[in-house]
Design a protein around this ligand. Sequence first.
Ligand code: ZN
Length: 393
Amino acid sequence: MDLDGRVLAEAVAELVRIPSVNPLHTGPRAEEHGPVGEGAIARHLADRFDRCGAAEVVLDEVRPDRPNVYGRFPGRSDRLVVLDVHTDTVAVEHMTDPPFDGRIEHDAVWGRGALDTKATMGVVLALLAAMHRDGRRPDPTLLLVGSIGEEAGGLLGATRFAPWARQQGLRIDQLLVAEPTGFRPVHGLKGLVLIEVTTHGVAAHSARPDLGVNAIDAMVPVLAAFAAAHERLSATPGRTELGGGTLSVTQITGGSGSNVIPDRCSITVGRRIVPGEDPVDVLAELTAIARAACPVPCDVVSLLPRTPDGRPASPAFYQRPDSGLVQFLARTCGTRPTVAPFGANALRYSGLAEELVVFGPGSIEDAHQATERIDIPDLRRLADVLTSWLSPG
Ligand SMILES: [Zn+2]
């Protein structure tokens, strides 16, 4: 189908003009434009799905006024494909551009979310609208998912959609998760176990350290133990293109005054996990490392919301690069399959579909910046790819 670049750009701009900043990324500038969150865009999408000929539209309230939205577009075959596009965006406080004007200039659509990741939703809606107008159907049945809460807060929307799809007994052939991947099919992502370790000491006047127990000093051997664990991981090659696991201490806090022996010290530790590693075992291992090294009582807590099956994190996502969908996307786009270091909804979708790939126009390196845009030639190219995916031949 040859959709005009202008039509595609307008379809994306329309979505950019509906602010949908993740509530954890709120701020005065986001709030200036009304209530923060994904409620308004979900309702808008439900209406658009309806007008594009969806046989069924579901608003699935994940948190108050933060619904996922699902639209089922019946196909001509019994295949079922899912396109998952997160509806939330990152913050706009640091933007040097108007965040929500969705202006179209210099052959691009500008504004927060244009790239990450309203481009894909806009293009697929333009395609579905054109098909509906011409009385045509996609080949596979398409379940189009607008999911909340991808950018922060532990992938809430995906965490809800996965059990919903299982409850419906859906047998999904292919699941495409939209993210800016530069048209490269991403077939693997590392998982993340995130913990906070807190050492407990006894406060005292710093002139009498002998009367206290220094919680910061107690953290030193814990830090050394985690550094040693990272060294061990670095020496272990990964079994896939994702490489090996890594461990990083990313935050440290402690102490209440310059003349007080600190009674608490906390660190945040992120452990990137790879295929074959179980988040439950990884959490147990991190806890054991901290406890063995720490000379005082310490707590270890997992910082991410549990997955629907009660795990502290999702395992890594990995799909073989020779699978049909990966190869189809690489061939159609003239790109090479790859793996990626960032997280995405795909981490919640392991085992949900026969094939699972993260894919979309634009580069992740351009996302979350002070300006954001998607180039119209990229929208045209995406329209071609999605057309071949949904209406081959
Ligand atoms: Zn994204």
